[in-house]
Design a protein. Structure first.
Length: 295
């Protein structure tokens, strides 16, 4: 049996599963940010009209799923799998949401990678013809995350000015093969990363903990993934999604000689661990919607 693989880390998806519906909802702070006009809905109340922050996060999750499924031109009972997760113990947001939705549930915990992980696994389920419609979702809430990872807000613990702020929001995508709605994008390959740990222990600096992966996986996407399909390192460039600080830029500087001069960029990394690989225009069939993201 021929394996649907390219290189050492990438799976090939010949059926090109399509993202047919996508939605994102967020809290007040996120609504005031640069993406404010792009959210499907902004909740001005941190509790979202619920009795606890955990119930508020559940409402965010359910709302995102409902909107994505509706945009995809289908309904919950026609979705074969729900792949999703959150940041809490026993992924309780996703689990209780799945109980309410009644969709067969595969719970995932990848922290910041949960959404990308769910899309990759959904695409493999669809390409393997085990389903025709899968919904992927992930959520977080600043107040529940503080209770989980640092201190409950009721403690009034002082945070350093540089501490990251967990998003209050949820996102969902309906992925299908032969769906009714016009595809927003196709998933043609999925590249799996490796765990890279440099021993960062500062709970207030999650960017530094994620930085090594961004630096490591960039060239790995080419060497272990796309090179087997005729993609060479000289033919791609790595573009930061946003400016970063601290450990991210420090690692970027260390690798500048290796990648920066080769690709004609200042580096491949931001402090928030998010970069994107862009192939030369028109080569290998990549479109603007089929570039590779590393988050």
């Amino acid at each position: 049996m021929a394996l649907k693989r390219v290189g050492t880390q990438t799976v090939e998806l010949p059926l090109r599963p399509a993202i047919c519906g996508a939605a994102a909802v967020a809290g007040k702070k996120e609504g005031e940010g640069p993406l404010g006009s792009l959210w499907d809905h902004i909740y001005r109340d941190e509790l979202c009209g619920q009795e606890s922050f955990e119930l508020a996060e559940k409402k965010l999750f359910l709302d995102a799923v409902s909107r994505a499924v509706q945009k995809g031109g289908t309904k919950n009972e026609d979705v074969q799998f729900l792949l999703g997760g959150d940041l809490l113990n026993q992924i309780i947001t996703a689990a209780f949401s799945a109980r309410e939705l009644g969709i067969p549930f595969i719970g995932l915990y990848g922290a910041c990678s949960t959404m990308a992980e769910s899309l990759a696994l959904a695409a493999m389920l669809l390409d393997g013809e085990h389903a025709s419609r899968v919904v992927c979702a992930a959520s977080s809430h600043f107040c529940t995350a503080e209770r989980q990872y640092r201190f409950p807000l009721e403690f009034a613990t002082q945070r350093p000015p540089t501490a990251q702020w967990t998003v209050t929001g949820a996102g969902a995508s309906l992925v299908s093969v032969g769906g009714e709605a016009k595809p927003l994008a196709h998933i043609t390959r999925a590249c799996m990363g490796r765990v890279v740990d440099l021993g960062i222990t500062d709970a207030n600096n999650m960017g530094a903990a994620m930085a090594p992966v961004g630096v490591n996986i960039g060239p790995g996407l080419v060497r272990g993934g796309f090179q087997g399909a005729g993609v060479e390192e000289a033919d791609v460039r790595w573009e930061p999604c946003a400016k970063g600080t601290g450990a991210g830029w420090d690692l970027k500087r260390r690798r500048r000689n290796e990648y920066g001069r080769r690709h004609g960029t200042g580096g491949i990394y931001t402090g928030h661990g998010c970069v994107r690989m862009i192939a030369k225009k028109g080569k290998w069939g990549f479109s603007a919607r089929e570039c590779a993201w590393v988050c």
